[in-house]
Design a protein around this ligand. Structure first.
Ligand SMILES: NC(=O)c1ccc[n+]([C@@H]2O[C@H](COP(=O)([O-])OP(=O)(O)OC[C@H]3O[C@@H](n4cnc5c(N)ncnc54)[C@H](OP(=O)(O)O)[C@@H]3O)[C@@H](O)[C@H]2O)c1
Length: 336
């Protein structure tokens, strides 16, 4: 559900392993699959191809009636969750398993509230997927997928086995709190997305500028302090624990280059999808990232001025008429 970068990549892996996969998406993506088939490539993974003829009967602009899937992967952006959840609620039998493979920490709860008869599970995609050309999706980084569930659930076990055979690890986390820790760990890293988007630079070039790294570190530190106050311990998603990562981000650039060599192994042109969203005038996921930190602060009776300001800066982007922020300008703009 939501055949974009993540939906086509994850669904494509399953289709390549002869699962029967229905893709629900927009005409632009579906037309490419219909004409060219689906090509998948990625770091440490064999390239795969699903021919158009095999996909054609399973490409849908609307959720078809009568589907009885073993599982559904929800792969829309956070702003589209409510609509997609309502459509799934109307189309799927009660008890259907739906895995939210989205960023953010609030999508599953929102979907569960709007589609209460479905069995919603949170998931986490650690790697980046980009559409290199129509119908060609490329995984640019590494990492293990996570989903809340148990190894004795047949559909999840089948998913795990299929992806394992394709070189992709799926970790099943038995408790909601373990999954929540992973989602917050990922969200902390995603706090660089708005910094990257407002910098106007590719990710690597942005991370090589200390001023931008200081913005990223400041947003993370504010979130880490709030998580500590809430008693949530975010999972460690990088070789360094979250607080140690802050110190590394703040190092002068020559030292950062040495210490963070692994973090800088990014395609030279890669940038956050929020940058694409801003340049195309689309809704961003800022409310599901910095906005989630602001909400956490509110539940604690505290405030998150830096993340709150970042939400405002991203929303005010159209007023900048395409003028990106220099590092010092962004640092000072973040101050309330
Ligand atoms: N891409 C990555 O590298 C990456 C990595 C990790 C996690 N994620 C997360 O994964 C989620 C999906 O990201 P993505 O990059 O795959 O987004 P995407 O490329 O924009 O794909 C989502 C697709 O779903 C479509 N869609 C929305 N509502 C729909 C509906 N009701 N019916 C059918 N199609 C619908 C969207 O169309 P419209 O554009 O018209 O809405 C879009 O084509 C996000 O939460 C993101 O943060 C992404």
């Amino acid at each position: 559900m939501g055949a974009g970068s993540i939906g086509c990549y994850l669904g494509g892996l399953l289709a390549a392993a002869d699962w029967e996969v229905d893709f629900v998406g927009r005409p632009r993506v579906l037309q490419a699959l219909d004409e060219r088939g689906l090509a998948l490539s990625g770091l440490s993974q064999a390239s795969l191809y699903v021919p158009a003829a095999a996909l054609r009967p399973h490409l849908h602009q609307q959720l078809p009636a009568g589907l009885r899937p073993d599982l559904t992967l929800l792969c829309v952006k956070s702003g589209a969750t409510a609509e997609a959840a309502a459509l799934l609620q109307a189309a799927l039998p009660a008890g259907s398993l739906v895995l939210s493979m989205q960023n953010g920490v609030g999508n599953t709860a929102l979907a569960q509230a709007l589609a209460p008869t479905l069995d919603w599970r949170a998931g986490m995609v650690p790697f980046n997927v980009a559409e290199l050309s129509p119908g060609h999706f490329h995984k640019g980084t590494l990492g293990s997928l996570c989903v809340q569930g148990h190894p004795d659930e047949a559909a999840l076990q089948a998913l795990q086995n299929t992806w394992r055979a394709q070189g992709l690890n799926l970790q099943l986390l038995p408790t909601a709190s373990a999954m929540q820790a992973v989602q917050w760990g990922k969200l902390l890293l995603n706090l660089n997305n708005p910094v990257n988007a407002l910098s106007g630079l590719p990710l690597r070039a942005e991370l090589l500028q200390r001023g931008y790294r200081r913005c990223f570190a400041a947003l993370q530190e504010e979130a880490l302090d709030l998580l500590a106050a809430a008693g949530i311990s975010p999972a460690q998603m990088t070789p360094l624990p979250p607080r140690r990562l802050l110190q590394v981000l703040r190092l002068p650039s020559p030292l950062f280059r040495l210490v963070a060599a692994r973090m800088l192994k990014i395609d030279a042109q890669a940038r956050s999808s929020m940058a694409d969203d801003l340049s195309l005038g689309r809704l961003t996921e800022i409310d599901a990232l910095c906005g989630e930190v602001v909400r956490l602060a509110q539940t604690l009776g505290l405030s998150a001025p830096l993340n709150s300001r970042m939400v405002a800066l991203v929303k005010a982007w159209p007023e900048r008429q395409g003028r990106s922020y220099a590092p010092a300008e962004l640092l000072s703009a973040l101050q309330p």
